[in-house]
Unconditional design. Structure first.
Length: 415
């Protein structure tokens, strides 16, 4: 039984077959149409004029022949579960017994904590969200984006390109700072400003203002007012774990897993993708979730191997922590990252000059002596592959060095 039929769920089903599982499979997902690839929702879909019926076929995940016999229940939600008895209850009243469970219910968009009417306020998690927002992004309107993470910045870039007056409110000092560090964020900020986005950094949203049952702006913590025709809340996401309540699991920020993606505290249950909180065997520290497209596929491989072994009563293969990788595209810049920039204690240029990002740059993120991550800016794919190899090698060497003890409390120097 696979709960959640988007990227992580689909990749796990494929991997279960690839690992020799021949039994029946049922995928339960609450989206009303076949699940879509999410990255274009905050990029190309916002800038295109295609309708839902034109956009859906391009964005829908391809079904592989190996999984064509899997039973799919669209528009159906897992409501609650008893993992000890291996049953899951669906919102349509059905109780499903299973031999093994895949937890792939992902995340939902976090909202501002306010009772202000929802009209005029938007989030993007699905393609439907994207089309609803797109219909409002007309030239000249005032669009305020709250949160300058990857998704917020991508939405801001798309809205700017559509001719909206864009303001981005961010609590830290710049765009994507939490993900790519201060140095690169400082490079991206003027670049986004050149495209027309205006930043209000180091600021937090206070009271929202409503008129005629519609949000029309808000006050910032410095007392200033921002008027808005459209407010996009892009302040992170929260895991869809409610249906797992009552099973004595650690559901603090997603489902806690071991390094084989087994849900801790359950048997024959694995978690994959955005919802899975798992340890990094190389960098150590607390288990964490990784909200990247590639991680859904990487964790699916490990989880499927584990589940197949557990179902057969065999020892699961030794797990290797997947190396995170991500990309984003905005203002004609493509950032590609491999590794964990957030774990670094220092950052330096490996190639190019941050003063001229358009000519191509590679930034190395070091945790003490270990190359923990590289982020490239507009570099060709052969250079990206080169740095991917460097990070992979560094991780492999570090995992073979028992003496390597990264100090989780060391202060970050120049990010
Ligand atoms: C707008 C956007 C842009 C992105 N862009 C990038 C990018 O450029 N690069 C990158 O690396 N990553 C990007 N990502 C992240 C990437 O898309 C995710 O990491 C990936 O979608 C995770 O897949 P998942 O299957 O774990 O979770 P999800 O995609 O969230 O899928 C979970 C599925 O479970 C369903 N579900 C939830 N609760 C239940 C329930 N109780 N019962 C049944 N079904 C349920 C959901 O409806 C959903 O279909 C982006 C994400 C978003 C939202």
């Amino acid at each position: 039984m696979v709960a959640g039929g988007s990227l992580g769920g689909l990749r796990t089903v494929e991997q279960l077959r690839a690992h020799g599982y021949t039994g029946s499979m049922r995928i339960v997902g609450d989206e009303r149409h076949l699940p879509c690839n999410r990255p274009p929702s905050s990029k190309g879909v916002l800038s295109s004029t295609a309708s839902l019926s034109e956009t859906l076929p391009e964005s829908t995940f391809r079904q592989r022949t190996s999984t064509a016999d899997a039973q799919r229940s669209l528009g159906t939600k897992t409501f609650c579960s008893n993992l000890a008895d291996r049953v899951v209850e669906l919102d349509k009243g059905e109780t499903v017994a299973h031999h093994g469970l895949v937890v792939a219910t992902g995340l939902f968009a976090r909202r501002l904590d306010t009772c202000t009417p929802a009209a005029g306020r938007f989030v993007i998690r699905t393609i439907d969200d994207s089309l609803v927002l797109r219909a409002r992004l007309r030239p000249g309107i005032r669009a305020v984006i709250v949160g300058a993470g990857f998704i917020g910045c991508e939405i801001a870039a798309a809205a700017t390109a559509l001719g909206c007056q864009v303001t981005i409110v961010e609590g830290s000092s710049g765009p994507m700072e939490n993900s790519i560090g201060r140095k690169l964020s400082d490079t991206m900020k003027p670049l986004m400003e050149d495209y027309g986005g205006e930043f209000r950094t180091g600021r937090v949203v206070g009271l929202l203002t409503a008129l005629d049952q519609r949000c029309v702006g808000f006050t910032l913590d410095d007392g200033s007012q921002l008027a808005a025709d459209v407010v996009v809340e892009s302040i992170g996401s929260l895991p869809n774990v409610e249906w797992l309540d009552g099973n004595n699991l650690d559901l603090t920020d997603g489902g806690l897993c071991d390094d084989s993606m087994r849900v801790r505290g359950a048997t024959r249950a694995v978690a994959v993708g955005d919802i899975a909180r798992f340890p990094d065997q190389v960098l150590g520290g607390d288990a964490r979730r990784v909200e990247h497209w590639a991680t859904a596929g990487d964790t699916a491989k490990i989880a499927a191997a584990t589940l197949v072994a557990d179902l057969a009563g065999q020892a699961s293969p030794a797990a290797v922590t997947p190396t995170p990788s991500f990309w984003t595209e905005l203002c004609e810049v493509r950032l590609v990252g491999v590794g964990s920039p957030g774990a670094a204690t220092s950052v330096r240029e490996l190639e190019g000059d941050l003063g001229h990002p358009a000519r191509g740059v590679a930034l190395g993120y070091f945790r003490e002596e270990l190359l923990a991550a590289v982020v490239t800016v507009t570099l060709p794919s052969n250079r990206q592959l080169h740095y991917r190899g460097l990070v992979a090698t560094a991780r492999e060497l570090a995992s073979n060095l028992p003496a390597f003890q990264p100090n989780p409390t060391r202060k970050r120097e120049d990010q």
